[in-house]
Write a protein that binds this ligand. Structure first.
Ligand code: FES
Ligand code: FES
Length: 175
């Protein structure tokens, strides 16, 4: 079955055979490998993208469920050579080490900051609760979030965004 996905403000036609996840389609059909595969079962956050205004785990999201939705991946944040403020803040604050978790981290942080550019420590910890980093110890990541929040406050940021964790209807029936 052919379907059209809106990803990073462009339409992409994809071919769906059954119960493909959004993650599989992004990486295998569209070559958008910035979104990472790791646990593939909602445990690590490496696959986080933004759907609408919500941070969402693409490994447990059936692609059939995102028809008509706006999907943003890590590839959709920068404007040409200019990094998104969250990406730039991660870079400037040394918030990445091996980098494997970072695309998912940045997507979760972006969804958080679009809603709340000045989050408390508790709000940051809640927002990143599902994003596992084996390298950084998180302190630099929290510094990057605060820095990015300041940058976004100075810009005209989108007004509404909601951070959320996966819900039952996004869970793939794949075994
Ligand atoms: S790949 Fe680990 S949560 Fe999706
Ligand atoms: S930077 Fe290596 S897992 Fe986070």
């Amino acid at each position: 079955m052919k379907m059209t996905l809106n990803i990073n403000r462009k339409e992409h036609e994809v071919d769906i055979k059954g119960h493909e996840t959004l993650l599989e389609v992004l990486r295998d059909q569209l070559g958008m490998t910035g979104t990472k595969t790791s646990c593939n079962e909602s445990e690590c956050g490496a696959c986080t993208v933004i759907i609408g205004k919500k941070a969402t785990l693409s490994c447990i999201t059936l692609v059939a469920n995102v028809a008509g939705e706006e999907v943003t991946t890590i590839e959709g944040l920068a404007k040409g050579e200019e990094l998104h403020p969250v990406q730039q803040a991660f870079l400037d604050n040394g918030a990445a080490q091996c980098g494997f978790c970072i695309p998912g981290m940045i997507m979760s942080c972006t969804a958080l900051l679009n809603n709340n550019p000045n989050p408390t420590q508790e709000e940051m910890e809640y927002a990143l609760d599902g994003n596992i980093c084996r390298c950084t110890g998180y302190l630099k990541i929290f510094e990057a979030i605060r820095d990015a929040g300041g940058r976004l406050s100075e810009m005209e940021a989108p007004k509404e965004s909601t951070f959320y964790r996966h819900t039952p209807e996004t869970v793939s029936s794949k075994s």
